[in-house]
Write a protein that binds this ligand. Structure first.
Ligand code: MRU
Length: 348
C-alpha cells in the first residue's frame, strides 16, 4: 500500500515479481505472481499492468523472471532475446523501450561475471528503475503542487495515478500532495472508453485516498467546460516527442481542443522516462490499435452487432501548441516546448 490504501501496481518481493491485476479493479484486488517472461508479456498486452511508467518497471523485472540459470547457454543472448520479446507487448509508451534498453545496456557491466552475478546486477538495475520512478513521481507532485489552488475543479483522463506508476502517480501526484496539505480539490474523472481506466481506476484510487471525485462519461466534458465547471485539465502521457507533441490515451486530444476553446489550462505530467528526444514529432509515433471486441462488448456483454467493423486506437496525439505546460520532474516546461525540452533534456 502507498499510504492511502492503494495497492502497488508492481512489486518485487523475495525474488518474485508481483503485479496487481488492474483488469479486476475495482471489484477485486488480485495480486498475481509472474512466473515466466511470456506471462509478463501477456500481463502488459492485456493491461493487467498498464500506465507508461508501470509498464516499464514491470518489463525491467520481467526480463529476469523465471530464468533457469542452470539451463541458460548464453546469458547475454538470452537477455537480448527477452528484451526484444517484451518490447513487442505494446508499441506506444516509450517507457517500455526505455526500461528494456537500460537492462540491455547493463549487460556491458557483466562481461567478467558469472551468470548468477550478472542476473543480480540486472536485478539491481530493475530495482533502480523502480526506485527512480518513485522519486520522479514525488518530484512531479512537488513541482506541480503550486498549480493546485483551493477549491479547484480538475478534469483528468484515463489513469495517471498511483496505479499507473511505482506509487503516487504523475498527473495525480500534485493532487495527492495538495490534498494531503489540506487544499480542497475536486476531480472530474473521464470514464475513458473503451477500457474505462478513468471509471475503474482513477475514480477508485481517488476515492480510496479520500479525494472528492465525480465520474463523467467522455462525451460530457464539453458541457462541463461550457458551464465553467472545470478550472484545469491535468493528464499523463505515454510519450512526449522532441517538439512537445503529447501522445496519451485516446480522447486526450478532444480535451485539449476543448480546453483551448474555453481558455482552460491544459497541463501534462511527464516523467523524464516518458520524454523521447529521438523522435522529432508525434506523427512518427506508432499508435496502438487494439482488438475490436473491446468496443463491441462491455465486460463480456455484447453492446454492438457481432460483426460490426470497429476502429480502436488506444492513443491520440495532442499537438504541442495545445499544451499549457509539461510538469516534468525537472521543472514545469512552458511553450515553446521544443526549445524548453531541448534545454532541459538535450537532444536525447
Ligand atoms: O492503455 P493504458 O491504460 O496503459 O494508457 C495509459 C495512459 O494513457 C496514461 O495516461 C499514461 O500512460 C500516463 S500514466 C502515468
Amino acid at each position: 500500500m502507498v499510504g492511502h490504501e492503494i495497492p502497488l501496481s508492481v512489486s518485487w518481493e523475495e525474488d518474485r515479481l508481483l503485479l496487481l491485476d488492474q483488469t479486476r479493479l475495482p471489484g477485486e484486488i488480485v495480486i498475481e505472481e509472474q512466473v515466466s517472461v511470456e506471462q509478463v508479456w501477456r500481463s502488459i498486452k492485456e493491461l493487467k499492468v498498464r500506465g507508461a511508467p508501470a509498464i516499464g518497471i514491470a518489463a525491467a523485472y520481467g526480463v529476469l523472471v523465471g530464468m533457469d540459470l542452470s539451463n541458460v547457454a548464453d546469458f547475454s543472448a538470452e537477455i537480448r532475446t527477452r528484451t526484444d520479446y517484451l518490447s513487442t507487448a505494446r508499441p506506444t509508451a516509450v517507457n517500455l523501450f526505455w526500461a528494456l534498453q537500460r537492462m540491455r545496456d547493463k549487460l556491458s557491466d557483466c562481461r567478467e561475471l558469472t551468470d548468477r552475478e550478472s542476473w543480480a546486477v540486472l536485478l539491481e538495475e530493475a530495482k533502480k528503475i523502480h526506485q527512480e520512478d518513485r522519486e520522479i513521481c514525488r518530484r512531479i507532485g512537488e513541482l506541480g503542487r503550486p498549480l493546485i489552488k483551493e477549491n479547484m475543479n480538475i478534469l483528468t483522463h484515463c489513469n495517471a495515478g498511483s496505479l499507473a506508476v511505482s506509487e503516487l502517480g504523475t498527473a495525480l501526484a500534485p493532487i495527492y500532495l495538495a490534498s494531503r496539505e489540506g487544499t480542497g480539490v475536486h476531480v472530474y474523472a473521464d470514464e475513458t472508453r473503451p477500457l474505462l481506466q478513468g471509471a475503474r481506476l482513477t475514480s477508485w484510487e481517488l476515492q480510496q485516498a479520500g479525494i472528492p471525485v465525480t465520474l463523467i462519461c467522455d462525451n460530457m466534458a464539453a458541457h462541463l467546460f461550457s458551464r465553467g465547471r472545470v478550472d484545469m485539465v491535468l493528464v499523463g502521457t505515454d510519450r512526449v516527442t522532441a517538439n512537445g507533441d503529447v501522445i496519451n490515451k485516446i480522447g486526450t486530444l478532444n480535451l485539449a481542443i476543448l480546453a483551448n476553446h474555453y481558455s482552460i489550462p491544459f497541463y501534462v505530467a511527464c516523467p523524464s522516462s516518458t520524454v523521447d528526444m529521438k523522435i522529432a514529432s508525434g506523427t512518427e509515433v506508432t499508435i496502438e490499435e487494439r482488438d475490436g471486441q473491446e468496443i463491441r462488448q462491455m465486460a463480456g456483454v455484447p453492446t454492438a452487432p457481432e460483426e460490426v467493423a470497429v476502429f480502436n486506437p488506444a492513443f491520440d496525439m495532442t499537438p504541442a501548441g495545445l499544451v499549457t505546460g509539461l510538469i516534468t520532474d525537472r521543472g514545469i516546461l512552458r511553450p515553446p516546448l521544443q526549445a524548453s525540452l531541448a534545454e532541459t533534456f538535450g537532444s536525447g
